[in-house]
Design a protein around this ligand. Structure first.
Ligand SMILES: *Cc1c(COP(=O)(O)O)cnc(C)c1O
Length: 351
């Protein structure tokens, strides 16, 4: 730390990304990326003409892509904002809607929520998950502050029903309810349609998981035109050209090839169910995840020891030191071959 850093941040605990080794070969099941490449059109586009225009700034409104997303979800373009990853939009939302009343989110959820709260000076309250890691909707009724819930939740993979989400939105008419749907395409119900009915609902999506584009950094949020205008006020005060030209073009192309991604999501969901069954047969406790990862507690050994043993054998999963999940690991659902390797090494470790 230099002596110039503001004292506000001297004890800031930053977000810790999953390990991203650039030179080593791992079976990489630690950061919930897709095992499948971007669709053919996206790959072709990136090899072609758009790169020649990198001397020019991108469209700060990302109009072409927003139009496509609006058509896909049956909303208007003014109901859509693009972010440099959904992380950026989560940050904008905490900054825009959090400071006055504070924010409420589950005690076990996406690790970035408490970091955004801290860095933007938002008072954060955590509602404990139930014993079985499910979310009790009652904990979020009349919250008196902004509410942030990931659905499916991370790293549990458990979902809330649309009816429960609607109850939470209705009971908090004076505060924004943000539903982070990073994993929705792997088996949960989306709340996007409810954004037409409720001005306080904001739904956040990412291209990083279901759309095989974690490296492109692209996310979007859908909500009332007023909420989106608020987020744009922050965005234009921070980084108007937040989405680069190549990513804008790739993002639009991916919408045209939606079927490719839907098939991949179905494949991942199938692999997830098979892997869950195999892990349970080996004595693991595994949550009923509807996401592209499994939260699993190994028999006999603790989560960290299992994570380290796997890593030694070239398989990378995610271990969190958070007290409630420290006995567990989060395993990204990769290709069937990758999961075979995971299971083979796991049998060996347990033997
Ligand atoms: C991966 C993830 C994100 C971030 O996605 P990016 O678009 O890559 O920034 C947001 N929320 C949750 C719950 C996630 O797991």
């Amino acid at each position: 730390m230099s002596r110039f850093l503001s004292s506000r941040f001297s004890d800031l605990e930053a977000y810790t990304p999953g390990e991203q080794f650039q030179n080593m070969k791992f079976v990489k099941l630690n950061t919930n990326e897709s095992p499948y490449p971007p669709s053919p059109g996206v790959l072709k586009l990136l090899a072609g003409g758009e790169a020649e225009k990198l001397n020019l700034y991108p469209d700060p409104e990302g109009k072409f892509l927003r139009d496509k997303l609006a058509a896909l979800y049956g909303v208007n373009p003014e109901n859509v904002i693009l972010g440099n990853g959904s992380d950026e939009l989560l940050g904008f939302a905490f900054l825009a809607f959090g400071p006055d009343g504070g924010v409420l989110f589950p005690d076990v959820s996406y690790g970035f929520y408490p970091v955004y709260a801290r860095v933007f000076g938002v008072d954060a309250k955590a509602a404990p998950l139930c014993e079985d890691f499910s979310i009790d909707p009652a904990d979020y009724m009349n919250a008196g502050r902004m509410v942030v819930i990931a659905n499916p939740n991370a790293p549990t993979g458990l979902t809330l029903s649309l009816a429960d989400i609607e109850k939470i939105v209705v009971s908090n008419p004076d505060h924004v309810v943000l539903i982070d749907e990073a994993y929705v395409d792997f088996g949960a119900e989306s709340a996007v349609a409810l954004t037409k009915k409720y001005e306080n609902l904001l739904v956040v999506h990412t291209y990083s998981k279901a759309r095989s584009m974690a490296g492109a950094r692209l996310g979007y949020a859908i909500g009332s035109a007023e909420l989106i205008a608020d987020l744009n006020r922050i965005r234009y005060s921070f980084n108007p050209y937040n989405i680069n030209r190549l990513t804008l073009a790739a993002g639009a192309c991916a919408i045209d090839e939606n079927d490719y991604y839907r098939d991949n999501c179905r494949r991942v969901a199938e692999t997830r169910e098979q892997t869950k069954k195999s892990l349970r047969e080996l004595g693991f406790t595994v949550t009923d995840s509807k996401a592209n990862f499994l939260l699993a507690k190994p028999p006999v050994m603790d989560g960290e020891a299992y994570y380290l043993e796997l890593k030694r054998r070239g398989v990378l999963v995610r271990h969190f030191s958070t007290p409630r999940v420290k006995d567990w690991v989060r395993i990204t659902v990769g290709s069937p071959e990758q999961m075979e390797t995971l299971l083979r090494e796991t049998r060996d470790i347990l033997a």
